[in-house]
Design a protein around this ligand. Structure first.
Ligand code: A3P
Length: 312
């Protein structure tokens, strides 16, 4: 079922094996130091979904932090105002935990029955690796993706920061993505799984794009709220609630909260919350990747996604 990617260190000479630590599992490359295979297996075996559950799904660096903040705020807006929401003192990752990184690492079969409904969960796992109970259920999954070039650059910055790898080049990182051997990769298979399910079960899987959210966050936030079963009322729209939520969850606001400027993530590797907030721009990749590299990856994508209606 799984094989160790022991050669990654030699094929990308500037990244240490402990930092890459990828294990192939069920057709994907899993960063198994962060998301142990045993946790994934426990999650697949024991997780019992409820139809009211909401799952935030993404590949790292696609906009997970932003989406978690939005989902948490939308769902809890009748319990918390924006001045007393826990997001003021906790990073979004501390409010919505990942199955494979947090929940099933802490215990192989945790008791999740006391979490108030709707339970909010997150995952970086691809659709085929979700627990069967999820696939059979009517729970809601919100997936966010992003143009792969910005993901490469964001991922590179993030990993260099977390693992202190000043010598790891963006070219090496890009090569990993071209081979489909980055964490939770291949990129194309990850996106395609959720894309196909969003077509097959549109009431249960919503496919969002970072760029569309940047372009029209109000429209996308309304769409998200409706999908989640927490639509904004006319009154809320009239009184500016949607705009207030969009502004609160914006890059500029979240990054300036004290918890995100100075707080730390203690999960496995101690790192700063501020690493989750770099530039928040669309198209920053042009400053890092050559047009030739972009064309090469586009050709790979075209081939891998051929026969599907998914495009980037
Ligand atoms: P950049 O590195 O391009 O700036 P993830 O949350 O999946 O780890 O993704 C991180 C990326 O989302 C980073 O991209 C980060 O700056 C950006 N980001 C974080 N919070 C955001 C927000 N509220 N709005 C828009 N982008 C955000």
């Amino acid at each position: 079922m799984e094989s160790k990617k022991s050669s990654l260190a030699s094929s990308t000479p500037n990244i240490s094996p402990s930092a890459s630590g990828l294990t192939q599992c069920q057709g994907f490359w899993i960063p198994s130091r962060i998301a142990p295979i045993s946790s994934i297996i426990s999650f697949q075996k024991y997780f019992q979904v409820l139809d009211e559950d909401i799952i935030v799904a993404s590949k790292p660096k696609a906009g997970t932090t932003w989406l978690k903040a939005l989902v948490f705020t939308i769902v809890n807006r009748h319990f918390y105002t924006l001045s007393n929401t826990p997001l003021n003192s906790a990073n979004p990752h501390h409010l919505i935990s990942h199955f494979e990184v947090n929940i099933y690492r802490e215990s192989p079969n945790p008791d999740l029955s006391n979490i108030p409904s709707p339970r909010l969960f997150a995952t970086h796992l691809p659709y085929p690796m979700l627990a069967d109970s999820i696939k059979r259920s009517y729970c809601r999954i919100v997936y966010i993706t992003r143009n792969p070039f910005d993901i490469v650059v964001s991922f590179w910055h993030f990993l260099r920061g977390v693992h202190n790898l000043p010598d790891w080049s963006v070219e090496d990182c890009f090569e990993m993505f071209c081979r489909g051997e980055e964490g939770y990769g291949p990129f194309w298979d990850h996106a395609l799984g959720y894309w196909n399910m969003s077509l097959e079960k549109p009431s249960n899987v919503l496919f969002l794009r970072y760029e569309e959210m940047k372009e029209d966050p109000v429209a996308q936030t309304k769409k998200l709220a409706e999908f989640l079963g927490f639509p904004f009322s006319m009154e809320e729209e009239k009184t500016g609630v949607v705009n207030q939520i969009v502004d609160f969850c914006s890059f500029n606001n979240l990054k300036d909260l004290e918890v995100n400027k100075t707080g730390k993530m203690a999960e496995i590797i101690l790192h700063s919350n501020k690493l989750y907030f770099r530039s928040g721009k669309v198209g920053d990749y042009v400053n890092y990747l050559t047009p030739t590299a972009v064309e090469r990856f586009n050709n790979i994508l075209e081939e891998k996604l051929s026969g599907s209606s998914l495009t980037f």
